[in-house]
Write a protein that binds this ligand. Structure first.
Ligand code: MIG
Length: 639
């Protein structure tokens, strides 16, 4: 059962699309005092949800702030990441789902200040609150997913393995990636183009010097089974003669300052304006621009910098320049403060508070609706794809998001690092994101920032073979981490083969989860409800008829797993063979070498995987890579 409550004067976020009538009274069981929603937990209560958020699957014991943030250092202390997903599930004596539909800053203190209290504090009270009650957690998820609408469906080819780096800045670099994979006989379905493919970082341009005859080039890669996937940034470069800029200015399509002038910030292109994606006309206009690239044969995109990320604004530069002058003229012990002054330039809240949207003719301060920005950028694209070709599925995933965007796009988890702890963080976000409607998801495999090592990339891939988005991506200046750039290329080849062998299974699970409004990745506690130990496991997940439990520590030859029931331990071995061993319920140490992919088949279940010989069949190579291959029953083996 879903109940809807209204506070103040809410902005319509369109996160919820079901028509639900408002209650008159106050929320039962949740106190509202001093602008704060308070819920009392007992010692055993668990709290789930919050989508793309830091720390555990059980969110208890920390504080999270919903405010889409471009922060590339996801250390344990961070309270805000790129997404804002305000849905929690309280799993105690009573079971409740609560969605705080507020697109401004909202703080979720989940047993941080007081260990048995959930305190949810919005910066401004204008919002709807939806309270869902059901008998169990899975039903709460289903009820919630029902009211927010069906999740975006990614094309099948987007389940193939993708290679990315910031940046393959010209055709030669992309060709080198194609060759690297080809020479090593590794399968690959997509190569990502980062910002350097554009002319001076101008959206919807392609640098012809770097990518001559782009349309033909796209075609030639497509003929090999590989799709090119370009990035689109939120900021539009200020430059006379650039049509996107000029049209935006002419039609008042950009975010404004207090006086009504187009707001100026600097991002990659230098000075830019931000399109006002919260305005339907702007969405239509910007969305139609994607056609420039789809006309060249492009079938997928990733939307970046849409928190929106800001390097600096003119206002802030002036202000900080003054402060610095003051500091330097004062005594020397103030000089230390100088260091921090420069870092205050980026993503400054003062800028967000100085920007204005035009929502249906009403001027709305950006800070109040901050979390809707990336959502509506991706919505602009999603809506446009339907106009461009309503029968075609396009790939679209975004960095910033809010619930509602799940109907138009997937997400990737932003700038993680080549840290072992981030393999685990990747795993933990999967079920939390599913609860909030995001099904097409994945992290930068191998880590974005910092230098990766061979074993880290292999272990991470062994988790990535299960995630809908399986993309290796890394930052400029870091060690090359394409699979062919390490020593044991044979092992990498086999791990990627495992992905393609599992692909029909993964895709099926994905489609089923969308259709049934279910989690694709379930915490063990969502399957083994009464098993106390299962309730505390945060490094294993259930995926249909299997359990996944990747190794995420260095220099280990395996890991401990907890089996809530008898299961068959399965390993895809380096030579393509499948190892199987029945295990009894309980705790086991399982050996998993760095070049192996482990999984567990649940008691009495089985899954179908493509036979090794079929994956290795050269005549199928192209159709396997572009995911158009139609397997017949004999192509599968049952494990
Ligand atoms: O300021 O386009 O998260 O994936 O490679 C960095 C360059 C901008 C951030 C994205 C990352 C991408 C990078 N971008």
């Amino acid at each position: 059962m879903v109940k809807k409550y209204k506070y103040g004067n809410p902005i319509e976020t369109e996160a919820v699309i079901a028509d639900i009538s408002e209650e008159n009274g106050v929320i039962e069981k949740v106190k509202f005092e001093n602008n704060c929603f308070v819920y009392n937990m007992n010692d055993k209560t668990k709290v789930y949800g919050l989508g793309e958020a830091n720390r555990g699957i059980n969110k208890r014991g920390y504080k999270y702030v919903s405010y889409c943030t471009d922060d590339p250092s996801h250390t344990e202390d961070k309270e805000s990441l790129y997404g804002a997903h305000n849905f929690i599930i309280i799993d105690g004596e009573e079971k409740l789902g609560i969605f705080f539909d507020n697109p401004g800053r909202v703080t979720f203190d989940i047993g941080y200040t007081k260990k048995n209290e959930i305190r949810v504090t919005p910066e401004n009270i204008d919002m709807y609150v939806y309270v869902i009650s059901a008998d169990n957690k899975n039903d709460i998820v289903r009820e919630f997913r029902k009211i927010i609408g069906k999740s975006y469906v990614a094309p099948k080819w987007a389940f193939g393995f993708g290679q990315s780096r910031w940046s393959y800045e010209n055709k030669d670099r992309v060709d080198a990636v194609v060759k690297g994979y080809e020479d090593n006989d590794m399968l690959i379905s997509s190569i990502y183009m980062d910002i350097d493919y554009m002319v001076d970082y101008k959206d919807f341009t392609v640098n012809e010097e770097r990518f001559p005859n782009f349309k033909e080039y796209v075609r030639s890669l497509r003929d090999k089974g590989i799709r090119l996937v370009p990035i689109i940034d939120a900021g539009v470069k200020i430059e006379d003669g650039y049509d996107v800029y000029e049209e935006g200015v002419k039609n008042n399509y950009f975010v404004k300052d207090k006086e009504g002038k187009d707001y100026v910030t600097a991002v990659w292109p230098g000075l830019t304006h931000f399109p006002d994606f919260l305005n339907a006309d702007v969405r239509k206009w910007f969305g139609d621009k994607y056609k420039i690239l789809t006309d060249m044969g492009i079938e997928g995109f990733w939307n970046d910098m849409n928190e929106p990320a800001i390097f600096y604004s003119q206002n802030k530069v002036d202000e900080i320049r003054e402060e610095i002058e003051k500091l330097t003229s004062e005594n020397d012990d103030k000089l230390l403060d100088l260091r921090w002054k420069f870092s205050e330039l980026a993503n400054n809240i003062d800028d967000y508070k100085s920007m204005y949207h035009n929502i249906n003719g009403v001027k709305v301060n950006h800070n109040k609706v901050h979390n809707l920005y990336g959502y509506n950028m991706s919505r602009a694209a999603g809506e446009a794809f339907k106009r461009i070709d309503k029968d075609k599925e396009y790939l679209m995933f975004s960095r910033a998001s809010y619930i509602g965007m799940h109907r138009y796009a997937g997400i990737w988890l932003g700038d993680n690092c080549s840290w072992w702890s981030h393999i685990l963080l990747n795993l933990k976000m999967l079920p939390s994101l599913n609860m909030c409607g995001f099904l097409y998801i994945g992290a930068d495999i191998g880590g974005f920032g910092c230098n990766a090592t061979e074993d880290l990339v292999m272990r991470w891939l062994a988790l990535g073979v299960f995630t809908p988005l399986m993309r290796n991506h890394s930052a400029m200046g870091t060690r090359n981490q394409e699979c062919y750039n390490f020593e044991d290329t044979e092992a990498f080849k086999n791990i990627i083969d495992v992905r393609y062998r599992l692909l029909p299974f993964i895709y099926d699970e994905y489609k089923k989860a969308i259709e049934n409004d279910d989690l694709m990745f379930k915490p063990l506690s969502f399957v083994y409800e009464d098993d106390e130990m299962a309730g505390e496991i945060e490094d294993q997940l259930i995926l249909g008829d299997i359990m996944i439990a990747p190794v995420y520590t260095q220099n280990t030859s395996g890991r401990y797993v907890y089996l809530p029931e008898d299961m068959t331990f399965v390993k895809f071995m380096k030579d393509g063979k499948i190892y199987k061993e029945p295990l009894k319920a309980g705790i086991h140490y399982v050996k998993v070498a760095v070049n192996e992919v482990p999984l567990f088949i649940r008691n009495g279940r089985n899954i179908k995987v493509v036979k090794e010989s079929v994956i290795k069949d050269k005549s199928l190579r192209k159709s396997i890579m572009d995911c158009s291959v139609e397997y017949s029953e004999e192509d599968f083996e049952i494990i």
